[in-house]
Design a protein around this ligand. Structure first.
Ligand code: FES
Length: 117
């Protein structure tokens, strides 16, 4: 279970058909940017902020073999664990579910400051 899942609400983001058609969708939910990807493992949701320079660059990243690579300096992260394979740190992944054709993402409700990084 992801840490976020314990204190979460699920928010509808888009239709499954829309995600499958575009493969990549960026939305803002509760003032947070969310990057949704359609991968060989299904729908994946993450914070598009790269841990390297803390900029929102992963929405332009390349996706292959269960990983996303930042276009800025090539740091690469697992879309299954969030851990870096090239570089260091980890990306924040969010729990995703499909409910009646709608892709929903779980976001923590009231995230304490110490959990924000
Ligand atoms: S900002 Fe992402 S690798 Fe440098």
């Amino acid at each position: 279970m992801l840490l976020e899942e314990r204190h979460s609400n699920f928010y509808p983001v888009c239709s499954l058909a829309e995600l499958q058609q575009h493969s990549r969708i960026v939305r803002t939910i509760e003032d947070r940017p969310i990057l949704l990807l359609w991968t060989e493992d299904g729908a994946v949701a993450l914070d598009p902020q790269c841990p390297h320079q803390h900029v929102h660059s992963l929405d332009r990243g390349s996706v292959a073999c269960g990983e996303i690579t930042c276009p800025n300096h090539g740091w690469t992260f697992s879309l299954r664990t969030g851990r870096a394979r090239i570089g260091s740190g980890r990306i924040r992944l969010f729990t995703v579910r499909i409910s009646e054709g709608t892709v929903e993402v779980a976001l923590p409700e009231h995230q304490p400051r110490w959990m924000q990084e």
